[in-house]
Design a protein around this ligand. Structure first.
Ligand code: SR1
Ligand code: MG
Length: 403
């Protein structure tokens, strides 16, 4: 239409759904009983709308700026990017994402399944409820979506069109800046406790590590290996345990940072957040939890590889892509996962956008946890040059002393 989309509010959402009933999913727009704004991420407005029968729908619309910093302008197209990634991922692996009900391109409004019967994994981890089954479920999610959107899963010309459609320039730039650059230079976004001054100085002086981070940034910028979620931290994951607690429902949401990029970036994001959750558990004296959390990347990556391998026989072009290529691809993804885990752990300690796992710790423990995360990230980032065996890599992280 050429006019700017109207900004939704709690008051205007019911009328919006009445004029856009195709977006309402299971909700009856004529019988809306409740609208709540529940967005707690860095970027968007998120409404949960419930009707008189108790059916719900989540309505997402981006602001023209970063939610937590109104002085930082940000493209509202990010909701369009999320709709693209969610649409592709739902088609491939509907069990690991919220259902998408609709997307209105004029108003840039996305509506998705209400998962209020789930909890955010980070919140659960902070409370000591680990939901360990979630690691393998996320491995399966990344495995299924990575294979299907890779060169092996999508024919060449179609894939090149999708790579173009999936470009996400503005949000990819945020990742390039916040994850790979700002923590290693002087920047107003950076903040840490004075007790961690020597730890940040050590990090920046670690030339071998900083070199690996630079190469990891380069791969993130150059690579279109698969359509990644792009922000797969534990705050982007809903969990709901089954009655026996051994398994459960796991859904990755908030894929607005998604783009075609290195597959290991998503695995590394999960791994980093397990390291952060482990640091919290350790300073709280929950050693068994801390140990378990450090081991979960093995389940994450084993499940990823099993899922990816299970599709190998479907590959588009087997003429040149023999089994040795599968092994080489998986080895490279393991190596990438480790350095992206390191990068994503460091950015949560040094740079913009901290995590509650660490920030809600009292101060002496917070500095201790931050120091251990930085040292663990450095150890992991260079250990992967010697081995990509995930058992050995998690052993490296477990051997970093807490001092
Ligand atoms: C300005 S956006 C800051 C961070 O929030 C998101 O969750 C991404 O991790 C991004 O880097
Ligand atoms: Mg988010």
């Amino acid at each position: 239409t050429g006019t700017a989309p109207a900004q939704l509010s709690v008051d205007s959402v019911p009328a919006f759904l009445q004029t856009h009933p195709e977006l309402a999913g299971p909700v009856d727009p004529a019988a809306i009983a409740d609208v709540r704004e529940v967005g707690d991420g860095n970027l968007n407005l998120v409404f949960i709308v419930t009707d008189a029968a108790g059916n719900g729908v989540v309505v997402k619309q981006s602001l023209p700026h970063v939610r937590v910093d109104p002085s930082w302008p940000m493209t509202r197209s990010r909701t369009r990017r999320e709709a693209f990634v969610l649409g592709q991922h739902e088609r491939i692996d509907p069990g690991h994402v919220p259902a998408m009900y609709g997307f209105d391109d004029d108003e840039i409004v996305l509506t998705i399944e209400d998962l209020s019967d789930h909890a955010v994994w980070r919140t659960e981890l902070n409370e000591g409820r680990l939901h360990p089954y979630a690691a393998a479920e996320l491995g399966r999610y990344v495995g299924a979506t990575a294979f299907a959107t890779s060169v092996f899963g999508t024919p060449g010309p179609e894939r090149r069109r999708l790579v173009a459609a999936g470009t996400n320039p503005e949000l990819s730039e945020i990742t390039e800046d916040l994850v790979f650059t700002e923590p290693y230079v002087e920047h107003e976004h950076n903040v840490w406790l004075p007790e961690n001054d020597p730890d940040v100085a050590e990090l920046r002086a670690d030339r071998a590590f900083v070199h690996e981070i630079a190469l990891a940034k380069l791969r993130f910028q150059e690579d279109t290996q698969s359509l990644i979620h792009g922000d797969l931290h534990t705050g982007s994951v809903f969990v709901r345990a089954d009655a026996d607690g051994a398994g459960g429902s796991v859904r990755a949401f908030d894929s607005e940072f998604g783009t075609y990029g290195p597959t290991g970036f998503d695995l590394g994001a999960v791994w980093a957040n397990l390291i952060l959750a482990s640091a919290r558990a350790r300073v709280q004296g929950r050693d068994a939890d801390a140990d378990l959390l450090l081991q979960l990347p093995v389940e994450l990556i084993d499940a990823f590889e099993a899922e990816f391998r299970s599709h190998w026989h479907e590959r588009v072009d087997a003429r040149v892509f023999g089994d040795a290529i599968l092994d080489a691809t998986l080895e490279r993804i393991r190596s990438d996962a480790a350095i992206y885990a390191a990068a994503k752990a460091v950015r949560r300690i040094v740079g913009f956008s901290k995590v509650s796992d660490i920030q809600t710790l009292p101060e002496p423990e917070r500095a201790l946890a931050a120091r251990w995360v930085l040292r663990t990230a450095r150890a992991l980032g260079v250990a992967r040059l010697a081995t990509t065996d995930v058992h050995q890599l998690v052993a490296v992280t477990a051997a970093v002393p807490f001092v």
